[in-house]
Design a binder for this molecule. Structure first.
Ligand SMILES: Cc1cc2nc3c(=O)[nH]c(=O)nc-3n(C[C@H](O)[C@H](O)[C@H](O)COP(=O)(O)OP(=O)(O)OC[C@H]3O[C@@H](n4cnc5c(N)ncnc54)[C@H](O)[C@@H]3O)c2cc1C
Length: 298
């Protein structure tokens, strides 16, 4: 029986694997390699790796892991996990079944961005989700925030730190209170509630936004508020408690309410969503697993 299976090889699962491997545990890391940040060319904010291509980050991480013979990496999807009397059975898409004492879920989140004509041409190159990740590159430019939910007020305040030239487009929705509208107007942040027809530009570079009622505005970059949801139903089918925001509930060491199941990274929805945060959660969770294994074995 394996000591631990890690499901998901993003920054969180990769760093959890490193810590577990170095603690001499026999582990398998499963990764289907469809990360949320695949659309972006540069990942920022991780010291020594600022601006790295996400696929290159992953290549370097896997290279680090190769030197540990007690760790195997498999590039495939886990389709089910079942709790047994002792440990867990892990079922893969190729039909293999593995047994493990512990399981770390590090499967990340999936996102839905508003279905606006052209949006996918710019998302990841001049439209992003997080100003801490990509605000520096967009500073002082004429920016747009495309948002259809009330959290847009907080996001607009945040983005204003990087550019004072900001327009919030609600795409036909009325999401702000009168007080919020006044506060935004006091800071010269324009709100446009008209429906968007299309985003326009060239080679990933946004140039303008066209509205259904005929006019357009110049905007050369910005942010989109995406709806985030669990990438898999594994946590739910194992019976893990979910938080009201849809994240998996854990303690500080990534333990869920199901003994032997741990969760780390974006999927706990303990924001901010960043590579360095996900990696550090992976490390802490792996330490939790090692401590629990040691406790059981003594
Ligand atoms: C457009 C965009 C730009 C971003 N820019 C930055 C940035 O500049 N800096 C920064 O720090 N952060 C950035 N982020 C956020 C960052 O990418 C995430 O916070 C981080 O990747 C989360 O890591 P994770 O390991 O939790 O999940 P993920 O990176 O999402 O990895 C999860 C992995 O699990 C795999 N998986 C899922 N289900 C299964 C399964 N059943 N079996 C096997 N494998 C499975 C997935 O395919 C994926 O490879 C950006 C995000 C986006 C969307």
């Amino acid at each position: 029986m394996l000591d631990c299976v890690i499901i998901g090889g993003g920054p969180s699962g990769l760093n959890a694997s490193l810590v577990l491997a170095r603690a001499r545990k026999n582990i398998i890391l499963f990764d289907e390699d469809k990360p949320r940040n695949a659309v972006t060319h540069e990942s920022h904010g991780f010291i020594t790796r600022d601006g790295i291509k996400p696929s290159e980050f992953k290549r370097l991480a896997k290279q680090d892991l190769l030197k540990y013979p007690n760790l195997t990496m498999q590039n495939q999807r886990v389709v089910d996990v079942k709790k047994e009397k002792q440990g867990f059975s892990i079922y893969t898409e190729s039909g293999d079944v593995y047994e493990s004492r512990k399981v770390i879920l590090a499967t990340g989140l999936k996102e839905d961005i508003p279905e606006i004509d052209g949006i996918h041409d710019f998302y990841g190159t001049s439209l992003f989700s997080c100003p801490f990740c990509d605000g520096w590159e967009l500073q002082n430019r004429p920016l747009v925030l495309i948002a259809d939910n009330p959290n847009a007020f907080h996001k607009a305040k945040l983005i204003f730190n990087w550019s004072k030239d900001l327009v919030v487009c609600t795409n036909g929705n009325n999401i702000f209170s009168d007080e919020q509208k006044e506060l935004l107007a006091n800071n010269n942040i324009q709100i446009i509630e008209d429906e968007i027809l299309a985003l326009q530009g060239d080679k990933g570079q946004l140039n303008s936004i066209r509205f259904k009622n005929g006019y357009e505005i110049e905007r050369t970059g910005g942010f989109v508020m995406a709806q985030l949801k669990q990438a898999t139903s594994l946590a739910e089918s194992l019976g893990c408690n979910l938080l009201p925001n849809g994240g998996i509930e854990t303690d500080h060491f990534g333990r869920t309410n199901i003994e032997g199941v741990y969760a780390s990274g974006d999927l706990t929805k303990a924001t901010p969503f960043q590579v360095i945060v996900a990696a550090s959660e992976g490390a802490i969770t792996a330490m939790g697993v090692v401590n629990d294994l040691i406790k059981e074995d003594w």
